[in-house]
Design a protein around this ligand. Sequence first.
Ligand SMILES: C[S@@+](CC[C@H](N)C(=O)[O-])C[C@H]1O[C@@H](n2cnc3c(N)ncnc32)[C@H](O)[C@@H]1O
Ligand SMILES: [Zn+2]
Length: 366
Amino acid sequence: MNRGEVLTNQFTNVSSAGILRRSPTSTQRATSSARSLVFRPDPLWDESVGEQRMTRAFNHVPVLESEVLAAFRTVAPGIIIDATLGGAGHASALLAMRDDIAVLGIDRDPIARHAATERLAPFGNRARVVAGTFSKLVEFLRSESQWIAGREVVGVFADLGVSSPQLDDEARGFSFRADAPLDMRMDGTTGITAAEYIASVELDELRTLLREHGEDKFAHAIAKSILARQPKTTSELVTAVEVAVPMAARRRGNVATRAFQALRVAINEEVRELDEVLNGAVEVLAVGGVLAVISYHSGEDRVTKEFLKYQATGGCTCPVILGCVCGAVATMTVRRGGAIVASAEELTRNPRSRSARMRVGVKVLS
Ligand SMILES: C[S@@+](CC[C@H](N)C(=O)[O-])C[C@H]1O[C@@H](n2cnc3c(N)ncnc32)[C@H](O)[C@@H]1O
Ligand SMILES: [Zn+2]
């Protein structure tokens, strides 16, 4: 266990408030069938390679950093939950900006937590690192109540997806840039690998998953090819996609980009995780508290946007001309209409910021 790290991921599956109700998507159904969670040794902790990988430099440039700081600059003193701690780039900037706030950082990835714990050491007891998934936000508040010591939660921040070190670590199988076993788990200690998922998924489910991630015309052909070839490595997955898409129809970039993203989202149950962290955030935030979410693909951004809209209207769809007669009550206001995107300066400095979209809401009702 890392220095100063508290392992608290042993929760049973308690659902959060469920303010936004949505029927399960096919992605969720697909992943839940593949989610007979098997506990296996984590390759990241293998004694021969583990130490070297844990100490490798964690190079992740925080995206929209000044915009994130601006979002939380005026919150009341209290706790900010960083639901996606990563290497603690945003968390350390928040702690440096305000000495009257403390950060509870969550990450499911042991390598990220190791890097974050080191980076946050100078902040002493103002930073707390916990292990697990952010869908368990509400439970973390309970288990960390002693450290929280009655302080209010004045912010929840989520910088979704994977970090640069996760993508760059070839052995984790997130990227088509290097050949590696098809793993894709953010937490290598639990769940099934992408290769195992492919071995158990039905054609219909895989096709729907690919469609949800932008593969429309060739989703069926790609799904069939993947199931026929049963790729076990990243390069075998690229080949399985390549042979299903005619040269003339290939977009810019790698032909398998969307398939990689779709599988990663399924393996890590990212759709359900996002739904639950959004609901959890509304539940734990104090009035005046800020929720800020950075998304990197349109599916995540749409979910966040719709969620904030729902909170801001209380679900009211009454015609404007009549005024609200349904009694809906808003719990949040949305800060600024559209999404916040990277400045031209950041775009040149950090290509990863290209697809980032941040949405911010403020809790108005408890
Ligand atoms: C984009 S990175 C965050 C980088 C961070 N903001 C920084 O400045 O270093 C996303 C992080 O969130 C973690 N993560 C993604 N989904 C998660 C989930 N459902 N629960 C917990 N951690 C998650 C990943 O392991 C990764 O370390
Ligand atoms: Zn209404």
